[in-house]
Design a protein around this ligand. Structure first.
Ligand SMILES: [Zn+2]
Ligand SMILES: [Zn+2]
Length: 395
């Protein structure tokens, strides 16, 4: 079976096909829950290879089912994303987006092509026991979360998985390297909005007003003390107040000031604590200045938390593909978010990052996925399936 990994890495035709699929998806990017053409493409290709295809989970989600020819066994999910970002592409190459204001700036075109490459190889050589569920999810970039929608639509009732795996490209790691860790690898992502309400009036007669500007400024500073003074220094938490809006004229005290920002944490207890403290501080600071605070705290994706067995299995698979010493098993965590976390709340699994190099970071209008790593990603998924379903790791 290990021969198949070497074959994938040296298969010129597969590499060219994956690149062609990737460029086609890149030229035709679609936003979350609107990925109908993209879903058609991946479904058509899998059907051509004799893979049983199911459509419609989570709206535009696609699931391929590949059964091993060596009988029943574990059921393994491998997952990629379908969606692009609302961003105007700055690249001028021939596969640049033809849709104004929409762009594959996170490399989900590359992830989909790698997963397709793996699916084609697994469908062609089914010498394993058990079942592979090839999961293409919509809307990873949206807070509405395509992963959560697929789960709500009964993904696990129809396609139960004993473990699930995914990989994301990472421009700041060199091609040919990868990163993974046991435990949280990306953060929980929460956003907040605080409205400080007073009573506006003449800027020259503030004693006749209830000024919301001063408590808003104090509130931004006081919120910084949540991280620095109330959370264990060994526990990660980031609180960024990124919006401060209020007032329209130099001689007018406004009625209201709006503060907005984001909170990133790795553990649910820290997340709960940050929200409780944010609400308490906003309310108390406003009250101290005779104002009122209205707080909206919106919980987004939870932390992406890799389970130990699956993280070590994925690390070994990455090593098999990339070579000894090329995998950082203490990578991160990074304080960005990822909706694969919803899958990992329901089942064990692992999420890794695959180095891709390049000068542009993801979500940048000059970004492009590096085609050179397509075979590495496809080989990773196949290596994970072999490790799970050929008996080298007992369930
Ligand atoms: Zn992204
Ligand atoms: Zn992404």
């Amino acid at each position: 079976m290990t021969d198949q990994i070497d074959r994938i890495l040296s298969d010129t035709e597969l590499r060219q096909d994956m690149q062609a699929w990737r460029h086609d998806l890149h030229r035709h990017p679609e936003l979350g829950f609107e990925e109908s053409r993209t879903a058609d493409r991946v479904a058509d290709l899998m059907q051509q290879w004799g893979i049983e295809v199911h459509r419609g989970l989570g709206g535009t989600g696609v699931v391929g089912v590949i059964r091993g020819e060596q009988g029943f066994g574990r059921r393994i999910g491998i997952r990629a994303e379908l969606d692009a970002l609302p961003l105007e592409e700055a690249n001028g190459f021939t596969h640049a987006s033809i849709h104004p204001g929409v762009m594959h700036a996170c490399g989900h075109d590359g992830h989909a092509a790698m997963l397709l490459g793996a699916a084609r190889c697994l469908a062609a050589d089914r010498r394993f026991s058990g079942t592979v569920h090839v999961i293409f999810q919509p809307a990873e970039e949206l807070l509405a979360s395509g992963a959560r929608r697929m789960l709500a639509d009964g993904l696990l009732d129809h396609f139960p998985c004993d473990a699930i795996y995914a990989v994301h490209n990472f421009p700041s790691l060199a091609p040919g390297t990868a990163g993974i860790r046991t435990g949280p690898i990306t953060a929980a992502v929460d956003n907040f909005e605080i409205l400080i309400r007073g009573r506006g009036g003449h800027g020259g007669m503030p004693h006749l007003c209830i000024d919301p500007v001063i408590p808003a400024c104090e509130c931004v500073l006081a919120l910084q003390r949540i991280v620095s003074r109330s959370i264990d220094a060994t526990d990660a938490c980031v609180l960024s107040a990124t919006m401060l809006q209020g007032g329209d004229a130099p001689n007018v005290v406004p009625d209201m000031v709006r503060i907005g920002g984001t909170v990133r944490t790795l553990r649910e207890e820290v997340r709960d604590h940050a929200e409780t403290e944010l609400r308490r501080i906003a309310g108390a600071v406003a009250l101290a200045h005779r104002c009122e605070a209205e707080v909206r705290y919106v919980r987004g994706h939870p932390a992406t938390t890799n389970s130990p067995r699956e993280a070590s299995l994925a690390a070994a698979a990455l090593e098999r593909v990339l070579g000894h010493g090329q995998v950082d098993t203490q990578f991160g965590p990074v304080m960005g978010g990822e909706d694969f976390s919803y899958f990992l709340q329901q089942m064990p699994g692992a999420y890794a990052v695959l180095g891709q190099g390049g000068s542009a970071m993801i979500h940048n209008p000059s970004y492009d996925f590096n085609d050179a790593i397509l075979p590495l990603g496809a080989a990773f998924f196949v290596a994970v399936v072999h490790a799970e379903l050929s008996g080298t790791h007992a369930p």
